[in-house]
Design a protein around this ligand. Structure first.
Ligand code: TTP
Ligand code: MG
Length: 499
């Protein structure tokens, strides 16, 4: 297409949302290859391909420099790069784990609106976060096209505030990429714009490990720069392009010129016809559809050299309060089974910052929307968090922290009633034991119900321990007065030793 030609958007393709949203598209660089290199760091400097059957499904950037590309036949890749190291990538389990970690991090830290696309891409709607931030003059990373606006672009210049929003979005995208790099170990590319299709398209402009922002007045330039076929538009895959072809539409130009009626005849569905027609002009009103409930919810703040316990505790308390507010705002009624504290310590000797996290089983919290929820949850959490802090920072006089974070994980649905408290607790108990990082709830109870596993019991918060003991006492009383005996599901049934 002619890059200088400004595309006129037909009236029925005009966006109903305008440029009101801010969307970030995140894509992991050579995803499978990075997972392999993380597990086996000596592969980093070698040309590496990930093989499925006789195809190199992806390769690292060392191999790409030698001409190897994604979905190339193994034989061809070997010719281009005789030293190519090939690993088998047919077992997707490890890739899925890393993929979940990225989505989880984005959901828990940046926005509840995260939509996964395949294993290594995520759309994140950061509009709310952007609204809450102060304006910035800086764009993080690259800007698509020239910053100097040509006459035509000046005409297209938008005054709805979208330039400012995508600038802030670019800062958020950079924070996302840094967090993924630091916590998951992967480098990523990001695209920032006001809709999904443009964010995805612009993100691939600079690869690897870079990000690009698209202002609204450059959108036409990006669309015009695409290769001619309809497949250049994300969302139009092989099946759809075959369908379009059967209706006489092969190029992007054909698609732009096709009327809605033609597209409706091809797709037999007016919604799809309209979405596809709009996509061809870079207009995309489809929402970021959350891909499942977050597995964790966290909040972190970089701090300037916290080096006394009192300051650290005040910061942890403030973070915990904000986190509880986020938990209430989640509105799905779930409560966390585990709380995790993260610190980043500055090591004077090595001049390096190191992250460390510890977690503990959560105490029972009051009902989520009760008046006392925040205050009493804080009062219950703080002793635990202080204990975790003391474990990670044992020398109270000699430390220097550059970051503090609190997160909830291990979410469970929790309804009222005894049956549900047990289902809420069971995974917590398991998790606390498996991690080995849970704080042992100190207990003065020497005697335990015979069916209860002491390790499981020790890993529970004091309230739960008391409930188990009270329940046991109750049962003993019931047994000693047989007239009152009745079969009931109790909390202890769930913590029994395996027979
Ligand atoms: P991509 O994001 O397409 O590729 P990539 O992450 O390897 O490289 P890039 O730096 O260009 O983003 O796909 C993600 C992973 O999906 C990729 O690592 C391997 C896998 N994959 C397949 O298994 N089959 C396929 O046809 C494609 C395209 C990818
Ligand atoms: Mg990728």
């Amino acid at each position: 297409m002619d890059e200088d030609q400004v595309i006129m958007i037909p009236p029925d393709c005009v966006s109903s949302l305008g440029h009101s949203r801010t969307i970030v598209h995140i894509d992991a660089d050579c995803f499978y290859a990075q997972v392999e290199m993380l597990e086996n760091p000596e592969l980093r400097d070698k040309p590496l391909g990930v093989q499925q059957k006789n195809i190199v499904v992806t390769c690292n950037y060392v191999a790409r420099e030698k001409g190897v590309s994604k979905l190339m036949l193994v034989a061809e890749a070997r010719k281009l790069s005789p030293g190519l190291v090939l690993v088998n990538g047919e077992d997707l389990a490890r890739y899925r784990v890393m993929s979940d970690r990225v989505t989880d991090l984005l959901q828990s830290r940046f926005s509840s609106l995260v939509e996964r696309l395949g294993l290594d891409e995520n759309f994140v709607d950061v509009s709310e976060m952007v609204k809450a931030r102060t304006p910035t003059a800086q764009v993080a990373g690259h800007v698509y096209g020239d910053l100097v606006r040509e006459e035509e672009e000046q005409r297209l210049e938008c005054h709805c505030g979208c330039d400012q929003r995508v600038k802030i979005g670019s800062q958020v995208a950079q924070e996302m990429r840094e967090a993924i790099r630091e916590e998951v170990g992967l480098t990523t590319c990001a695209g920032v714009s006001y809709n999904k299709v443009l964010a995805k398209l612009v993100g691939s402009q600079h690869k690897p490990n870079q990000q690009t922002t698209l202002f609204s007045w450059q959108a036409h330039k990006l669309i015009s720069s695409l290769p001619g076929g309809v497949r250049a538009i994300p969302g139009i895959g092989r099946q759809m392009s075959d369908l379009l072809k059967s209706g006489g539409i092969s190029s992007l130009c054909d698609l732009q010129q096709a009327g809605l009626d033609t597209l409706m005849t091809i797709f037999g569905n007016s919604d799809r016809a309209s979405v596809v027609q709009k996509l061809a002009f870079g207009v995309d009103d489809t929402p970021v559809k959350p891909s499942g409930r977050p597995k964790s919810l966290g909040i972190e703040d970089a701090v300037k050299g916290v080096n006394c316990a009192q300051d650290a505790e005040a910061k942890i308390e403030a973070l915990s309060g904000r986190l509880l507010d986020l938990l209430t705002a989640q509105q799905d009624g779930r409560l966390p089974g585990t709380v995790r504290l993260t610190v980043r310590k500055w090591d004077k000797a090595t001049k390096e910052a190191r992250r460390e996290s510890r977690q503990a089983a959560m105490p029972a919290l009051p009902p989520l929307h009760s008046e006392t929820f925040r205050a009493s949850s804080l009062a219950k959490m703080m002793p635990l968090l202080k204990e975790l802090f003391a474990k990670m920072v044992p020398d109270k006089n000699e430390f220097h922290l550059t970051l503090l974070g609190v997160a909830f994980t291990n979410f469970c649905d929790r309804k009222s009633g005894k049956g549900s408290i047990s289902s809420f607790l069971q995974p917590v108990a398991k998790k606390a034991r498996l991690d080995g990082t849970g704080v042992e709830a100190s207990t003065s109870h020497g005697l335990l119900p015979p069916e209860v596993d002491r390790d499981v019991f020790n890993s529970l918060p004091a309230e739960m321990q008391e409930e188990i003991l009270a329940d046991w006492k109750n049962r003993q009383q019931t047994l000693s007065s047989p007239t009152k005996a009745k079969k009931k599901c109790t909390i202890n049934d769930y913590f029994g030793k395996k027979k």
